[in-house]
Design a protein around this ligand. Structure first.
Ligand code: FNR
Length: 371
């Protein structure tokens, strides 16, 4: 369909489903076991309602903010997701170019299907890229990766900690294929990983993380990372309040509350619920580090709810993969403009003109769910 028929992110997902091969679709949309965490990530947003304020001036409304000090026109970013080339030959670069005009920050996956250099070369001069880091079990190899992305100008490291082992993703297992295969010609850039001889029964995810560090600890891994790089460090995949506190004690720059889009631990709490608990139990933590969430963010209202509860910004994973699969770079621009319109409309109807006016008192958690 013509792009002007796409009016929300669900429409974009429908088009992606039609254009993607079955196994690419299976890899992108899959989640663990019975996909309960995936469903609940979305349902959690339905338990939070707005307490809108009226009679407040909103003709001027500015949804721009900063993430780790870097400007962004909206409180959203791209959560790094592997293998964009499965959906479109230009892959990750579609996302880079699509994000450029709006200064949306792209977190590039360790398992990108283009080289980190190719992606960096596609960025506009003022554009910020972050790097999603899967730490190799060999520190020396991990360090080489950090040096490489530092030199390429990536501005922050998001260390993923919720994928120490592959999970059970059955859609993916049912459509087995190996990376580097003849048919797709798609190769993951993260060298030494994703070799074709890994157990196809693990699906794509299993093949991608075979060499990653399964023994990371607060005592060892964070001080090591701090000692080798000056880049801001964000922990991606915090799933409870206790670990958020440990992250603050480890003095990292940020935490991304995430259950990997429901793709790792099944029955991991929805990130929005973890954010809500953090806001109630540890309100001062938000002064110590930046907090983000991701997982099933699909509407401007979702973004605004998370920001009200203390998130500096929210990440989206699948929507960017779907948009670039369906329409390339323009698809990416399209979903950003849809989210922009939705975020601004929501803010105005809540009586809010600036991001820092979005506060916890503007949302209420209800114990019923819309039918
Ligand atoms: C991911 N995600 C992910 N995370 C990560 O740290 N490294 C990675 O390589 C990937 N790869 C990946 C591939 C695909 C196909 C998906 C869908 C996701 C997780 C991602 O960063 C993010 O946490 C979730 O995608 C957020 O949920 P939504 O927005 O997809 O619902």
């Amino acid at each position: 369909p013509p792009l002007n028929r796409i009016i929300n992110l669900a429409d974009m997902e429908d088009v992606a489903k039609q254009v993607l091969s079955y196994r690419a679709w299976a890899y992108y949309c899959s989640a663990s076991d019975d996909e309960i965490s995936l469903q609940e990530n979305a349902r959690a947003f339905q338990r939070f309602f707005f307490r809108a304020r009226v009679m407040r001036p909103v003709s001027k409304c500015d949804p721009s903010t900063k993430i780790l000090g870097f400007e962004t026109s909206l409180p959203i970013f791209v959560s790094g997701s592997a293998l964009a080339k499965l959906g479109h030959p230009l892959g990750e670069v579609n996302i880079t170019k699509g994000c450029a005009p709006s200064k949306i920050i792209q977190m590039v996956s360790s398992n990108a299907s283009l080289s980190y250099a190719e992606i960096a070369a596609a960025r506009s001069p003022s554009q910020t890229l972050f790097f999603q880091f899967y730490k190799h079990k060999n520190d020396a190899i991990a360090l080489n990766r950090i040096r490489e992305i530092e030199q390429l100008g990536y501005k922050a490291i998001f260390l993923t900690v919720d994928a120490v082992v592959p999970s059970n993703r059955e859609r993916d297992v049912r459509s087995p294929w190996v990376l580097d295969d003849q048919e797709t010609g798609i190769k993951v850039y993260n060298d030494g990983e994703g070799t074709a001889d890994t157990d196809p029964g693990l699906g794509v995810a299993g093949a991608l993380i075979v060499n990653d560090d399964r023994d990371m600890t607060w005592e060892k891994t964070i001080p090591w990372l701090r000692s080798v790089t000056k880049l801001p460090i964000v922990i991606k995949g915090i799933q409870c309040v206790e670990d958020a506190i440990l992250a603050a004690e480890a003095k990292v720059d940020g935490i991304l509350l995430s259950n990997h889009g429901g793709r790792q631990l099944e029955y991991s709490l929805p990130p929005l619920e973890v954010l809500y608990r953090l806001q109630i139990q540890q309100p001062h933590i938000f002064d110590k580090l930046e907090v983000y969430i991701d997982g099933s963010v699909r509407r401007g209202t979702d973004v605004v709810k998370a920001v009200c509860l203390g998130a500096k910004a929210v990440g989206l994973g699948r929507p960017f993969l779907y948009a670039q699969s369906a329409y390339g770079e323009v698809g990416v621009r399209k979903i950003i403009s849809i989210l922009e319109r939705e975020i601004i409309t929501t803010m105005r109807l809540m009586g809010v003109a600036k991001i820092d006016e979005l506060t916890p008192d503007l949302v209420e958690r209800v114990d019923w769910q819309p039918v």
